[in-house]
Design a protein. Sequence first.
Length: 112
Amino acid sequence: MIAVVPVTAEGRTGHSWGKAPRVAVATVSDGAITDWQEHEVRWDVSHDEGTEGSHHARVARFLLDHQVAAVVVDHMGAGMVRMLASMDIRVLQATQGDAREAVLAAVRSVPA
């Protein structure tokens, strides 16, 4: 499964999704992270530039480009939740702390 999580420079889970400055794309296979790529998306800046629709389109393009199946997050606005549902992308609850551990815990919570 490919999951994305907002992440701090220190490797901890970030607080927000739509205003995340940085995210990590994790590939999880057999209960382990096999690939971890961090991206400076700067959604904190682009969030307030233009319309909500244009911001959601930027996020959607990123998710499609990286073939994301799940977003691991502790907070997300209703509009973003609807958009992800329409894209058939799961929203999984993030735990605070180490972002890699949060991704693994969230993916483990998905029924097989």
